[in-house]
Design a protein around this ligand. Structure first.
Ligand SMILES: Cc1cc2nc3c(=O)[nH]c(=O)nc-3n(C[C@H](O)[C@H](O)[C@H](O)COP(=O)(O)OP(=O)(O)OC[C@H]3O[C@@H](n4cnc5c(N)ncnc54)[C@H](O)[C@@H]3O)c2cc1C
Length: 520
């Protein structure tokens, strides 16, 4: 990728800043239309919010309660498109809303019927009102006292950072150039004051370079205001950052395949408990922040809130000492007063074009990344004066897509790449060894990610190529030295021993954010 940047003599059509769902979605959209595009991510792809979601591909039951029908319909359509284009990563997930009064049964029953009707031809399965017995059968750990039944409905579930890596691969196959560890530290303007390039620091070598573009797209999520001020020092904040945490536990707290949805917590939010990679993920919260951090920290009251809410719905609720990992994401929520901005195309995401022609796209959600990218590239092409080209991503298969997706084998999540990982194992059976008993990962996956998925650090492997850090932070810390050794060998690093020690230390520090200390 670096060589392709060096050899690129022309001006890029678009330089995109930010390697999360929004930025990589834009890179894929632009490249597949035939535009010439460079994407720059300051850290690893998905280091921001896009690896820290609740892992749902959904219409947003919450938006339905707010009466935002058009947004729900649009998201449900995107949910269906994503299942079709990435069947190896998105799967249908059954949810139950347990109800404790007849009014709730009627209210949520009617709401979720509407949710299903709105999905039209993209439906995932009929919602149903369940008896107490049926609810308990599907959710054995549900609190039974005064239970009057449940509502069953279906939504989508996925692995966010794996989808992101596959999207980056698809974008590269379509001709995009994508760099991780490439931080934009300022923007360049022409004599008329229009932005025509980004100054980039290669965070692995310290080298700096300028990437010239017809249009620069700011897709930096919760960090977008910092980049907006590279263009206009006086720009007011567009977003209000807010963090959400998730707690990860053993599957015994959610023993069946069905997920739990709590429609109204004490702070009027929705809370999910979902099975994910043989673990149970509980979340999320909504805590306003002063400033977005790259590695946010869960607050004590957020942890307590999730544990307390779970107690109200589960017979055998998880306790603090059961927490295997905690992960935190930051929502780039668009400030209410900014939702009328000129180029805004949806109430959920926002596109701003400032006086210097910097295009910022923010807000939205993972599920709608494709639609957001389509809107952004339509605007960007117009701004650049480029010939209009039709968006093709609705029918574009994502890297790894298989005709016959399965979820029986640990490697199925790689889709068509699973065959290549199996070939690595055939060549060297030692690569079939598991890294540890607590996690499903094998040595071959590390070799694969180091060779083919632009993993540069131990954290890239443990947090976003595999999900070890998100599933079990202590186990991830234990296997970090082994990962560092495999990576050093793969890349033939000089001073390998120093690099290994550095990586173990840096990863150990980052992993502290994912650990919850037992209470005194
Ligand atoms: C707790 C939580 C749960 C969620 N759950 C769901 C869900 O279940 N389903 C769903 O559909 N949506 C969900 N969302 C929303 C979804 O995750 C986000 O909308 C989406 O990930 C945002 O992607 P993004 O690319 O805009 O931002 P990010 O993923 O944060 O990407 C921005 C990137 O820009 C990079 N960057 C910043 N500054 C620079 C710079 N100067 N140079 C280069 N790069 C830079 C950052 O490093 C970062 O990687 C959830 C959000 C949160 C917070």
């Amino acid at each position: 990728m670096l060589a392709r940047v060096r050899e690129h003599e022309k001006i890029w059509d678009f330089v995109i800043i930010g390697g999360g769902a929004t930025g990589i979605g834009c890179a894929l959209d632009a490249a597949s239309r035939g535009y010439d595009v460079l994407l720059l991510e300051q850290n690893d792809f998905g280091k921001g919010t896009s690896s820290r979601s609740t892992k749902l591909v959904h219409g947003g039951v919450r938006y339905l309660a707010q009466g935002n029908v058009s947004l729900v319909r649009e998201s449900l359509k995107e949910r269906g498109i994503l299942l079709r284009n990435a069947p190896h990563l998105v799967r249908k997930q059954a949810f139950i809303v347990p109800v404790y009064s007849y009014w709730d049964k009627f209210f949520y029953g009617a709401g979720l019927k509407t949710y299903n009707i709105l999905s039209g031809k993209y439906g995932f399965g009929k919602s149903e009102i369940l008896s107490v017995e049926e609810t308990v059968k599907l959710l054995p750990n549900v609190k039974k006292d005064e239970l009057s039944g449940g509502i069953l409905y279906f939504d989508g579930q996925f692995d966010d950072s794996r989808l992101l890596i596959n999207l980056a691969q698809t974008a590269a196959e379509q001709g995009a150039v994508l760099l991780n560890y490439a931080r934009v530290f300022s923007l360049h303007a022409d004599d008329d004051g229009k932005i025509d390039g980004a100054a980039v620091s290669d965070e692995l070598t310290g080298q700096v370079f300028l990437a010239n573009a017809r249009v620069v797209i700011n897709a930096t999520g919760a960090f977008c205001d910092t980049v907006r001020r590279f263009s206009d020092r006086t720009a007011e904040n567009l977003i209000a950052p807010s963090q959400g945490i998730h707690l990860v536990f053993d599957r015994k707290f959610l023993p069946d395949e069905t997920a739990l949805m709590i429609p109204k917590t004490s702070d009027e939010r929705v809370l999910f408990a979902i099975p994910w990679h043989e673990h149970a993920v509980f979340g999320t919260t909504d805590t306003p922040l002063e400033k977005a951090e790259i590695e946010p920290q869960a607050r004590e009251e957020e942890i307590e809130f999730i544990l307390d809410t779970a107690k109200n719905y589960l017979e055998n609720p998880p306790r603090r000492e059961d927490i295997l990992s905690v992960f935190v994401g930051i929502r780039p929520l668009v400030r209410q007063e900014n939702t009328q901005t000129t180029a805004s195309l949806s109430r959920d995401h926002l596109i701003e074009i400032d006086k210097a022609n910097l295009l910022t796209i923010t807000g939205g959600k993972w599920t709608t990344y494709r639609r957001m990218a389509e809107d952004a590239i339509n605007q960007a092409a117009k701004l650049a004066g480029l010939p209009k080209k039709t968006c093709v991503t609705e029918n574009l298969k994502i890297h790894g897509a298989t005709e016959a997706p399965s979820a029986e084998n640990d490697l199925d999540i790689y889709g068509t790449d699973a065959d290549e990982i199996n070939s690595l194992i055939e060549e060297n059976p030692e690569l079939n060894e598991r890294l540890c008993a607590a996690l499903p990962y094998r040595k071959a996956e590390i070799v694969w990610a180091a060779r083919n998925e632009m993993a540069e650090t131990v954290e890239d492997i443990l947090a976003r190529r595999t999900r070890a850090l998100f599933l079990n932070a202590r186990a991830a810390i234990e296997i970090a030295p082994l990962i560092a050794e495999i990576m050093a060998e793969e890349s033939g690093k000089e001073s390998a021993e120093i690099w290994i020690q550095e990586q173990i230390q840096i990863f150990g520090e980052t992993a502290q954010h994912y650990l919850v200390k037992p209470s005194d």
